[in-house]
Structures are given as structure tokens and as C-alpha cells.
Design a protein around this ligand. Structure first.
Ligand code: UDP
Ligand code: MG
Length: 315
């Protein structure tokens, strides 16, 4: 691409922020020198922060029209914050990046370079990460497990630091669904993609907003968004337990009808185990069906994805 064209394109940087007041100044310090090289807009999505996140961003936005803010009425979650950022972005290329500087802004140049080489999706892939062993292990298992079941490949060891071409953003913006597992949806669009490697840093200030409970919920969301295989597998499991159950019935009848009475007062153990086992299996099946039912319910309600309290430098 010629230098001229390079200067003309608009870059949107989308930053979801939930209670990140300590990180905002530092984020500007690190990101602005890089952004200055481009024609850019910087869109912050304040995901219902209770601290001074929005106030801090507003200060910057007052001085520079390229800095924009969307504030949600309450916390809607990371993926929805990204969704809103995509919706309001105008860029030819849109990069999403965390506010806590775990995603180094210095990588932006490399992402753009790949985009200019003709890739519509450029993922920033973690070569290493500084998180604790537990987070590393659960993240590892999450990606392996989800890919085992998912109908579309979910790229491993990537987060939400990525560049999307305008075409891809338009597709995402047109998707009506409420469960927005964006990594999967991006892969699902099928555009040409590539990776850029980086070493994930530790969080600058504050704490992760993804405790174990949220991580599990996120994993279930990812899984049920991209696969109905759990429903198929529980059917198999049901069939298998039915076969065992049937064999148990034959065996019980045999003992009752053909063996002397002292044989059928025993067998309490087998009965007890069978009841517990079938009960457990049924509960799991009901749970899985419930997950899908819940998803259908949420889609049918068709509520807006997010509610905006305030916009700055945006129409
Ligand atoms: N975030 C958000 N809404 C939430 C949780 C997180 O907008 O409900 C933002 C957060 O401010 C950060 C990014 O999403 O910019 C990633 O969150 P976090 O750092 O807590 O996740 P981790 O890096 O630990 O996976
Ligand atoms: Mg983080």
C-alpha cells in the first residue's frame, strides 16, 4: 500500500473499561504516541464503572474530538462492551484492546502491517503470559475443550486483542444474537486471518474482573454458542444408561423369579448405586438442556444488547 493510502485510512481503537480509573492515564501515555502516527479515533466503552473511569476519559475527550466515550447504564460485560465499540466505530480497521495494558499498545503497528498485507482478521496471540499457574492451566484447558466440541474452530491462546477489517465489523454488527462470544463469532465469519505474537504482561493496576465463577460462565457461553454436541452426547449417555438399566431389570427379575427368597432381600447395594447413578446422570442432562433453553429464552426476549447512559464526541 502506498504511503498516501496508509495515511488516509481511519483506525478505530476500541477500549472496554470497567473500574479502570488507575489505568486510564497510563493507557493514554502508552497508546497516544503510537496512535499519533495514524488517522485515528479512540473509543472507550465504560461498562458501568463505579469509580472515576468515565470522568477521567471525559477530561481527555474534552480536549480532543478523536477521543470518544460510550457509558453504559450498568455493567453489561466485556463482550457486550466490545459489541458497542464495534457498533459505533467508523474505522477501516478496528482494533480492540484491554484498558489494563495487558495487551501492549506497541503491537498496533504490527497488527496494521498484517492488515495491509491483506488479512481481514489479525489476532494478537499470546506467546507467554504472566498470570498465575491456575489461570494458565484453566485457559489452556478451556481452549482445548472448546475446540473439541465446537463446530467452528476457535483460535487458541488469543484474547480479545485483535484487528478487524471494516467488512468483518459490519458482519458482526449485523448479527442479532444476544450471546456474543466474539472470538468464536470472528472465526465463524470465515475471513482471512493471521496471528501476531506477543508476551502478555501483568495487569498494571487493579485486579482481574474474571474470577473463577465468571470464567466458568464464559466457557459455558462459548461452548453453547458454537456447539450443540453436548445435546447429542447426553442422548448417547441416556441410551447407554438405559441399556445398563435394562440389564439390571433382567437381572433383578431373574433373582426374584428363579432363586430362593434369601437372594432378593439382598441387592440393596446395587439398588442404591443405580438410583444415585441414574439420578446424577439425569441431573446433568437436565442442566445441559436448561443451558440451551436459557439461551433460546434470552434470544426470544430480544432486549437491546446494551443501554447507553452517555455519549461523548459521538452521535
Ligand atoms: N471489562 C469490561 N467489563 C467487564 C469486565 C471487564 O469492560 O465486565 C474490561 C476490563 O476493564 C478490561 C478488559 O475488559 O479492559 C479485560 O478485563 P480483565 O482485565 O478483568 O480480564 P483478564 O485480562 O483478567 O482476562
Ligand atoms: Mg486484564
Amino acid at each position: 500500500m502506498s504511503q498516501d493510502k496508509k495515511d488516509k485510512f481511519l483506525l478505530s481503537l476500541v477500549v472496554p473499561a470497567f473500574n479502570e480509573e488507575e489505568n486510564i492515564d497510563y493507557f493514554f501515555q502508552r497508546a497516544l504516541p503510537i496512535l499519533e502516527k495514524y488517522n485515528y479515533e479512540l473509543i472507550f466503552v465504560d461498562d458501568g464503572s463505579k469509580d472515576k473511569t468515565a470522568e477521567k476519559i471525559r477530561e481527555y475527550a474534552k480536549k480532543d474530538k478523536r477521543i470518544k466515550l460510550i457509558s453504559f447504564s450498568r455493567n453489561f460485560g466485556h463482550q457486550i462492551a466490545l459489541t458497542a465499540g464495534y457498533r459505533f466505530s467508523r474505522g477501516d480497521a478496528v482494533i480492540t484492546i484491554d484498558a489494563d495494558l495487558q495487551d501492549p499498545p506497541e503491537l498496533i503497528d504490527k497488527l496494521i502491517q498484517k492488515w495491509q498485507e491483506g488479512y481481514q482478521v489479525v489476532y494478537a496471540k499470546r506467546r507467554t503470559r504472566q498470570d498465575g499457574l491456575f489461570k494458565k492451566l484453566t485457559a489452556y484447558l478451556f481452549y482445548r475443550f472448546i475446540n473439541l466440541l465446537s463446530d467452528v474452530p476457535i483460535p487458541t491462546d488469543i484474547g480479545d486483542y485483535r484487528l478487524l477489517d471494516r467488512k468483518v465489523v459490519n458482519v458482526l454488527n449485523d448479527l442479532p444474537e444476544h450471546s456474543r462470544f466474539l472470538r468464536g463469532l470472528t472465526s465463524w465469519t470465515g475471513f482471512k486471518s493471521t496471528y501476531v505474537y506477543f508476551d502478555r504482561q501483568e495487569r498494571k493496576y487493579g485486579q482481574t474482573h474474571y474470577p473463577l465463577s465468571k470464567m466458568v460462565a464464559f466457557a459455558v457461553e462459548g461452548l453453547t454458542s458454537f456447539s450443540t454436541k453436548p445435546l447429542t452426547y447426553i442422548t448417547y449417555l441416556g441410551l447407554l444408561t438405559s441399556v445398563f438399566g435394562f440389564m439390571g431389570i433382567i437381572y433383578a427379575l431373574y433373582r426374584r423369579l428363579f432363586l430362593p427368597p434369601e437372594y432378593y432381600v439382598t441387592g440393596w447395594t446395587a439398588l442404591f448405586i443405580a438410583v444415585l447413578f441414574i439420578g446424577g446422570v439425569q441431573m446433568i442432562m437436565l442442566g445441559i438442556m436448561g443451558e440451551y433453553l436459557g439461551r433460546i429464552y434470552r434470544e426470544v426476549q430480544n432486549r437491546p444488547h446494551f443501554i447507553i447512559k452517555e455519549k461523548v464526541n459521538l452521535n
